[in-house]
Design a protein around this ligand. Structure first.
Ligand SMILES: Nc1ncnc2c1ncn2[C@@H]1O[C@H](COP(=O)(O)OP(=O)(O)OP(=O)(O)O)[C@@H](O)[C@H]1O
Length: 353
């Protein structure tokens, strides 16, 4: 088994809610409320869950856009000197900022329209002391080639490129400082379906070529199923289940995961009709006022008294690393969302439409 590149332990990100003339803090949005997970070296870990469950807040904490309220993010890097990114000051963080990079969601707004590609990518090389002058241009040309762009286009501006090509520029920029961990937060959701597939295939090729580790955030379960080795499922600031991809899709062990998977469109027509959509009662809890105990208990058909008072932590339910945060995980009979047969081979390239 791979070693951990990042160990996230009991991470909390609580945003203050201010009110009144004096802007007094009257409460907190518990966007992330005590999550623990590992990102293993070389893997693609998926992070899924409904809008507002805290996915982007986790990525921003990892990138230290936010300073976490509490918890640890132990980065192992080359394996020699583990360091807690959560508590580092800005100066100490500087070298680590090279190692963990973000591929932005929207290639349109994330590239400066007034800079040619050579400067967009070159800026990152120069700032990180990787290259200057003619060496910098060679480096940019190499990066463009690796992401499938023609280096002779380096003097063009972003508007001269299609949406898919702009996302490739964004990927080249993210790769420029030779990171270890790439965070892709909805990195393909703004693209057309066929361009999405090409971009996903590119990301998978680059992962192999550079030995990259990915944290892949997406609301699109079919994309996540295709690209990820493991998946973490979030609900109102908590991870409720984390498992190898096939295990999660074939045998979800948390009632929320079961409902989430049942709502996903099934691409294989032969499987349609085998599973029925589970409609959860009630509304998603407000992270500013989450219920006590298990955050899912008000909507859970299996909830008992303990679920109303004690918050369950993640615990292993199989030898392959399948973990569930549910008091009753061992006793539940859940619907298998895809009847255990729909997993595509996620080592095969995704078909382009
Ligand atoms: N800077 C902030 N200040 C206050 N509340 C915030 C802030 N950022 C996020 N939130 C709140 O934290 C919760 C989690 O938001 P987050 O953006 O992490 O969710 P998400 O799962 O990424 O959603 P989406 O899929 O829509 O991007 C939401 O209730 C959101 O309104």
């Amino acid at each position: 088994m791979s070693r951990s590149l990042v160990e996230v332990r009991d991470l909390k990100m609580h945003f203050p809610i201010k009110a009144g003339l004096l802007r007094k803090t009257v409460g907190h949005v518990k966007a992330v409320d005590g999550v623990s997970f590992d990102i293993l070296e070389g893997e693609t870990l998926g992070l899924v869950g409904e809008s507002g469950c805290g996915k982007s807040t986790i990525t921003r904490a990892l990138l230290r856009v936010y300073e976490p309220t509490d918890g640890q993010m132990i980065y192992h890097g080359d394996g020699e000197n583990p360091a807690d990114l959560a508590s580092m000051d800005e100066e100490t963080l500087t070298p680590y900022r090279r190692d963990i990079r973000l591929v932005f969601q929207d290639p349109q707004s994330s590239l400066n329209p007034r800079l040619p590609v050579v400067d967009i990518i070159g800026e990152v090389l120069a700032v990180n002391g990787i290259a200057t002058g003619s060496e910098l241009r060679d480096h940019v040309a190499d990066l463009m080639q690796r992401v499938g762009l023609r280096p002779e286009m380096m003097h063009r501006y972003p508007h001269a490129f299609s949406g898919g090509e702009r996302q490739r520029i964004g990927i080249a920029r993210a790769l420029a400082p030779e990171p270890k961990l790439l965070i892709a937060d909805e990195a393909v959701s703004a693209l057309d379906v066929s361009v999405q597939a090409q971009t996903i295939n590119l990301l998978m090729d680059l992962q192999e070529e550079f030995g990259l580790t990915y944290l892949f955030v997406s609301h699109d379960l079919s994309v996540v199923q295709h690209i990820c080795d493991r998946i973490a499922v979030m609900y109102v600031g908590n991870i409720v289940e984390i498992a190898p991809t096939d295990g999660l899709f074939e045998t979800p062990r948390h009632p929320y995961t079961e409902a989430l998977l049942s709502a996903a469109p099934i691409p294989d027509p032969t499987l349609r009709g085998k599973s029925s959509r589970i409609r959860l009662p009630g509304e998603v809890a407000d992270p500013a006022n989450p219920p006590p105990g298990c955050p899912f208990h008000p909507r859970c058909r299996f909830a008992t008294d303990i679920c109303k008072t004690d918050k369950p932590g993640l615990r292993g339910v199989s030898t392959d690393g399948h973990e569930v945060a549910c008091h009753h995980a061992d006793d539940l009979t859940l619907a298998n969302a895809f009847d255990g047969a729909a997993s595509p081979q996620h080592d095969q390239p995704m078909e382009t439409a």
